[in-house]
Design a protein around this ligand. Structure first.
Ligand code: C2E
Ligand code: CA
Ligand code: CA
Ligand code: CA
Length: 279
């Protein structure tokens, strides 16, 4: 794989087992984080399997806490979900990611696709489609270059009108990806009815390529099924050449993982694009 920056941004602080008191304090701080400008969007490249060109990037949120340092979303997204803070935070990420993406699309004359994670709570908001339309209009991102990632474990039953909402987002021209594919309990019928353009194979399966023939069989079957249903496939957690070779052999279209690049702050991602432009 072509080298893409060696910086290591994974040095998160270990957050200790929280008491109720600490949790409330953290919630209060998370409430202020957006206002205080402590939230960051990092970007991880998605590359074309054949050419290894950057074709898009996933927006991944970070919280740069003044005392605790860079906090991983795995730690505060669940809290944001429970408290409803994911609504304003998710809106902030969508807008910031589209602004950055538009700047890069124009500066590098590239049809870069921006992938943004949507939480189940956001999908329950009756005005989600209106919000997405407004952000596209405000930022100038062409709708077909916005990809909204929805996790597979999301249940149609718990979210009223989920399939209709996703369909309305597609009618706007956006793409929908099913994230963490294979980790939920979806039936094949559910997959068939789920209005999605792309399937993201979860890293739990990719990790075991070359190690576990059962997981390899699942990856192979998933790619075959996705293609037969006219869905493109993105593999995440691609860490070593053996993963790349296996996925390439099966015609998986897009790859994402540490083999190519870790998630980068916006400025570093922009430098990466300009380095590549000069190649
Ligand atoms: P996800 O959507 O499944 O994102 C992929 C995660 O895998 C990211 O973790 C990414 O940094 C990590 N990753 C990428 N390549 C590799 C690799 O090669 N190996 C390994 N081991 N990991 C890799 P991150 O950034 O910590 O995000 C964790 C989760 O937090 C995300 O999982 C997503 O569910 C959630 N999240 C992140 N940003 C947002 C956001 O803006 N909104 C919402 N609702 N959720 C978000
Ligand atoms: Ca994702
Ligand atoms: Ca994922
Ligand atoms: Ca995941």
């Amino acid at each position: 794989a072509k080298g893409m920056g060696r910086n290591n941004y994974q040095a998160y602080v270990a957050v200790p087992e929280e008491s109720h008191q600490q949790r409330l304090a953290l919630e209060a701080k998370l409430r202020q984080a957006e206002r205080n400008g402590e939230l960051r969007v990092f970007y991880q490249p998605q590359v074309d399997t054949t050419t290894e060109d950057i074709v898009g990037m996933e927006a991944l949120i970070r919280w740069e806490h003044p005392e605790l340092g860079m906090i991983s979303p795995g730690f505060f997204i669940p809290l944001a979900e429970e408290t409803g803070l994911i609504i304003p935070i998710g809106e902030w990420v969508l807008r910031a990611a589209c602004q950055d993406a538009r700047r890069w699309q124009v500066r590098f004359s590239l049809p870069l696709r921006i992938s943004v994670n949507l939480s189940p709570l956001q999908l329950r908001q009756p005005n989600l489609v209106g919000l997405v339309a407004a952000v596209l209009e405000e930022t100038g991102v062409p709708a077909h270059l916005l990809d909204l990632e929805v996790t597979e474990s999301i249940s149609v039953k718990s979210i009223p009108n989920l399939l209709e909402t996703l369909q309305a987002l597609r009618e706007l021209g956006c793409q929908i990806s099913i994230d963490d594919f294979g980790t939920g309990q979806s039936s094949l019928d559910y997959i068939k009815r789920f209005p999605a353009d792309r399937i993201k194979i979860d890293q739990a399966f990719v990790r075991n390529i070359g190690l576990d023939p059962d997981d390899e069989a699942i990856v192979q079957a998933t790619i075959g099924m996705a293609h037969n249903l006219n869905r493109a496939v993105v593999a995440e957690g691609v860490e070593i050449e053996a993963h790349l070779d296996f996925l390439r052999g099966l015609g998986c279209e897009v790859l994402q993982g540490y083999l190519f690049c870790r998630p980068l702050p916006a400025a570093s991602f922009e430098s990466l694009l300009s380095e590549r432009e000069r190649l």
